[in-house]
Write a protein that binds this ligand. Structure first.
Ligand SMILES: Nc1nc2c(ncn2[C@@H]2O[C@H](COP(=O)(O)OP(=O)(O)OP(=O)(O)O)[C@@H](O)[C@H]2O)c(=O)[nH]1
Ligand SMILES: [Mg+2]
Length: 247
C-alpha cells in the first residue's frame, strides 16, 4: 500500500504557503491540484512548488470545483503508481499530526475510506457547525444508517480502486457537494468507512470559498437527489434484510 497526499487548491495561496512546511514535514509524495486560481496566484504557486521534487503540480485552466480537483488528483495519484490518496485541504485547517493515525487505520483496513470527524473549537463559525448537523440528519436518512459520522470533512484517505469504482458508477458532484456525495454513494456500494476524531481550526484571516447561497443550494439539490436514490433502494435493502433473516 502506497500513499500520496492530494491537495485541492483554489486561491488559497497565503494559507497554503503557511501550511506547506507542515506538509513537507510529512515526507510524503504530494499532488497539488490548482483548480483555476487567478493568474497571479497560479504564477506564485508554480514558483513556490518548483523546487520540490516530491510535489507534483497539476493545473485546471479554469475553476471547475473541489470535486473535479479531487478527481484530477486521484487520476494523477493512480498514474504515479499509488494505491491510496490522502486528501487534505489547502487552507491549513487540518491537523497533520493525525496523518500517521489515519495511515495506520487505513493499513489495517485497506479497502475502507478513512475520514476525519472534525472536532471544532470556538474559531469555527456557528453557521458551519450547525449546518453540519442538518447535513448529518439527511445523510443518516439517505444511507438509512448512522454509518457516516461526518460527511463534509476534507481530510480523508481513499483507496483509489474503490474511489474510481464510485466515480465510474455514479455521477458525483464536482463542487462542494463532492465530499458528501462520494461518502453516501460509498455506503450504498458497501464500502466501509472508518472515522477518526481530528481537530479542525479556522485560522485567522483564512479565506473560505464556501459560498453560502450557491453552495447551500447545491447541497439542498444534492440531498433531494440522494433522498430519491435512497427511496428507490429502500425496498431492495428491506428485501435483502428479510431474506438474510429468514435464511
Ligand atoms: N470552495 C472551493 N474550494 C476549492 C475549489 N477548488 C478547490 N478547492 C479547495 O478545496 C478545499 C476546501 O475549500 P474551502 O473553501 O476551505 O471549503 P470548506 O473547508 O468546506 O469551507 P470552510 O469550512 O469555510 O473552510 C480548499 O483546499 C480549496 O482550496 C473550488 O472551486 N471551490
Ligand atoms: Mg476550509
Amino acid at each position: 500500500m502506497t500513499y500520496c497526499l492530494v491537495v485541492p487548491h483554489y486561491n488559497h495561496l497565503s494559507s497554503f504557503e503557511a501550511f506547506l512546511p507542515k506538509l513537507r514535514g510529512l515526507n510524503m509524495p504530494c499532488v497539488v491540484v490548482d483548480d483555476g486560481s487567478s493568474a497571479e496566484v497560479k504564477t506564485a504557486l508554480e514558483a513556490l512548488l518548483s523546487a520540490d521534487a516530491d510535489i507534483h503540480l497539476y493545473q485546471h485552466p479554469f475553476n471547475r470545483g473541489k470535486g473535479a480537483a479531487m478527481w484530477t488528483g486521484a487520476h494523477a495519484a493512480r498514474a504515479l503508481g499509488f494505491t491510496h490518496m490522502l486528501q487534505i485541504d489547502a487552507d491549513g485547517q487540518h491537523d497533520v499530526a493525525d496523518v500517521a493515525r489515519f495511515i495506520e487505520l487505513s493499513q489495517n483496513h485497506p479497502k475502507a475510506i478513512v475520514s476525519g470527524a472534525p472536532q471544532f473549537d470556538e474559531s469555527a463559525p456557528k453557521a458551519r457547525v450547525y449546518g453540519r448537523k442538518v447535513t448529518d440528519f439527511w445523510v443518516a436518512l439517505e444511507t438509512w444508517s448512522l454509518s457516516i459520522k461526518d460527511s463534509l470533512c476534507g481530510f480523508r484517505i481513499y483507496p483509489l480502486a474503490e474511489f474510481e469504482l464510485i466515480f465510474d458508477k455514479y455521477h458525483i458532484g464536482k463542487r462542494m457537494d463532492f465530499d458528501t456525495d462520494v461518502l453516501v454513494k460509498s455506503v450504498w456500494e458497501g464500502i466501509d468507512i472508518k472515522f477518526i476524531d481530528t481537530n479542525v481550526v479556522y485560522l485567522e484571516n483564512s479565506v473560505s470559498h464556501f459560498h453560502y447561497m450557491a453552495d447551500n443550494l447545491r447541497l439542498i439539490w444534492l440531498h433531494t437527489r440522494l433522498m430519491l436514490g435512497m427511496l428507490v433502494r429502500l425496498p431492495i435493502w428491506a428485501w435483502r434484510k428479510l431474506k438474510a433473516s429468514t435464511s
